[in-house]
Design a protein. Structure first.
Length: 256
């Protein structure tokens, strides 16, 4: 399992929103009917070929575009055959988080200090994405209850559309959205979202709520009182705050 969590600095949005595409939980080569069947396909091969074809044509038809994957790209790819195909698609750059299923990624990145292969860049488990000078969203494979400057929001995957509070029409957990393949197929009849589509969904969700604030306070109390816990939330909070202040300056942050 890849355990590299190297935030390499905030992704800078170099192009307009229409040129950034978001995908998560592709699960290519995952030969389980509960997965490909639920997505409307008759076999693993049919599903995998469909996804690869759609992503390749997305790149061909959108020159100078970026693809950001929030993880869980491929299953059973120890020889890295599929990830090597995926990594050569002609996007300007393909960024991927690790997720919890890292087949293929382990083969090409495991045991090395490199975080790039062909056109693919490995980012770790989560990273902030710049939207404007004072507006960022967190990209994370896993849904998280609390995050820095929570009003900015989180784009995540992992739940395959199965957690209602992460879906487009629910704000009970604040500005967080599961933008994986299952929700993309349901809402857009395709396997990906544009970044702007994701931001529109976050904008319609309500901000930081009492549940998140309560969870944050309880977590801070727990870690503060636990002397055996290294790298605690309380210890890290000042470093995280410093990271944001050093990079973005002090002052109020905008909501998406």
């Amino acid at each position: 399992m890849i355990l590299r969590h190297n935030i390499i600095g905030p992704l800078i949005k170099e192009l307009n929103d229409k040129n950034i595409f978001i995908v998560s939980d592709l699960h290519l080569n995952h030969d389980k009917e509960f997965l490909y069947g639920a997505r409307g396909f008759n076999s693993c091969a049919e599903y995998t070929d469909y996804c690869l074809d759609r992503l390749y044509n997305l790149a061909i038809n959108n020159k100078d575009s970026y693809l950001i994957s929030l993880g869980d790209n491929i299953f059973n790819d120890a020889s890295a055959d599929i990830i090597k195909i995926f990594s050569t698609f002609p996007f300007k750059k393909i960024y991927t988080l690790t997720g919890n299923h890292c087949s293929g990624l382990n083969t090409i990145f495991g045991g090395t200090s490199n975080n790039e292969y062909e056109n693919l860049a490995l980012l770790g488990s989560n990273i902030p994405l710049r939207i404007s000078k004072k507006c960022y969203v967190w990209l994370s494979h896993f849904p998280i209850m609390d995050w820095d400057h929570a009003a900015l929001g989180v784009l995540c995957g992992h739940c395959h559309g199965g957690s209602p509070h992460l879906n487009a029409d629910d704000s009970s957990f604040g500005k967080i959205f599961d933008c994986g393949v299952d929700n993309a197929l349901k809402l857009k009849n395709r396997i990906y979202f544009t970044l702007e589509e994701c931001l529109d969904i976050l904008r319609k969700k309500e901000k930081y709520n009492d549940l998140q604030l309560h969870a944050k306070r309880k977590a801070e109390e727990h870690f503060k009182d636990d002397p055996d816990n290294e790298g605690t939330l309380s210890d890290n909070y000042s470093r995280i705050t410093g990271f944001w202040q050093n990079d973005f300056g002090k002052g109020d942050f905008e909501s998406v």
